[in-house]
Design a binder for this molecule. Structure first.
Ligand SMILES: [Zn+2]
Ligand SMILES: [Zn+2]
Length: 361
């Protein structure tokens, strides 16, 4: 059996090891993809520090944000738009929901399907072995929908579309239209926050205000279309931040607040919203309590988890069609090789980088 190199977590909190992992035979409709770039995400770091659920057992190949080139196809396949795909096409591909449970078939909410398959937490010693993105190859199950990556989008940006950016697209989808008189406040200036800034600007917000840190990230945020930014490290008082938002919104608070940091930001975020506004909660992790009696009146609270296949397409299309307006490449802060995986994970864990990418070439 052929093998390829992969970055494997064998023990929590211990250095990852580069191991040879089997390349499986292809089932009809499945694909083998040669990875060109894999971006890292906070979830990869959390999963390295400890299991994220009962199903998380080791060893696993880390990473769930892949972009790659088709090496082999088990028969004929088409992409999400119905176009044939061939060996050599550069692609990203969706997660898989079961299609037949209550959430998939009745509620049409496949992101909360209990039988949903995703990457970066699957055992590397069990078939089909290659379901983590920090590896030379990945196995793409036949149920995945395929999105071709146009030449003008880099592999690193396309890889980030496979998690952060498509989740933002899902959020905006659920949020609905932004009217031209509406002000959006974004809590967070990481990859999700900076991408959300560009999308809010693009969707016609009157003003986009971003609260985040550190200063270097906020410089990127400004170039992504923010009208004003507030550095959390400089303005440490919550009431000062609230005043800043009120000053920008004629005293009312924002029409829309988007949380792309952590659940801990939610209580403050709700105080930045005007009565009747919309709160979009995307950033996962962390804990907070909300006093129900303090919620703005008539507000909408929207949460999203992950994304549906069409949001992968929307993210890739946005990167391609808006590339002359927004400097997307600035969001990828540092490139590593597969052998430098531990440096890359450490850099993510200590927030030294916004988005690290493992480049294969
Ligand atoms: Zn992710
Ligand atoms: Zn399902």
């Amino acid at each position: 059996m052929d093998t390829c190199r992969a970055a494997v977590i064998t023990e929590h909190n211990k250095p990852l090891t580069i191991q040879r992992v089997p390349i499986p035979k292809l089932d009809p409709g499945s694909l083998l993809v040669k990875i060109t770039a894999s971006t890292l995400c906070g979830t990869d770091v959390h999963r390295w520090h400890g299991p994220l659920g009962d199903d998380d057992t080791l060893p696993i190949i880390t990473g769930h944000e892949p972009c790659g080139v088709i090496e082999e196809i088990g028969g004929e396949r088409t992409d999400i738009l119905g176009n044939p795909v061939k060996r050599g096409d550069r692609i990203v591909w969706s997660y898989v929901a079961c299609g037949s449970c209550y959430y998939c078939a009745v509620a049409l909410q496949p992101c909360i399907c209990p039988g949903r398959a995703s990457w970066g937490h699957n055992r590397s010693d069990q078939h089909p072995y290659l379901l983590g993105s920090c590896a030379e190859y990945m196995y793409v199950p036949k149920e995945c929908l395929i999105i071709k990556v146009p030449e003008e989008v880099s592999s690193a940006s396309a890889a980030a579309s496979a998690c952060s950016y498509r989740t933002v697209m899902h959020g905006f989808d659920r949020l609905g239209a932004i009217k031209s008189h509406e002000t959006v406040v974004i809590q967070g200036s990481g990859p999700l926050g900076n991408f959300a800034t560009a999308v809010a600007r693009d969707h016609g917000a009157k003003k986009v205000l971003v609260i985040g840190a550190p200063a270097a990230r906020l410089e990127v945020t400004k170039r992504m279309g923010a009208d004003a930014v507030l550095n959390l490290e400089e303005v440490t008082e919550e009431k000062e931040r609230r005043r800043w938002v009120r000053d920008h919104t004629e005293g009312r608070g924002a029409d829309i607040v988007i949380q792309v940091a952590n659940n801990m930001a939610v209580p403050e975020g709700l105080t930045l919203l005007r009565g009747g506004g919309r709160y979009l909660n995307i950033g996962a992790g962390g804990k907070a309590n909300i006093a129900v009696e303090k919620l703005p009146q008539e507000m909408l609270f929207i949460t999203v988890r992950s994304a549906e296949p069409r949001h992968w397409l929307q993210a890739i299309d946005f990167l391609a069609s808006r590339r002359k307006i927004f400097p997307f490449e600035e969001m990828i802060s540092k490139s590593y090789t597969l052998d430098q995986i531990n440096d890359a994970m450490q850099a993510m864990a200590s927030y030294q980088v916004v988005k690290a990418v493992i480049n294969f070439s």
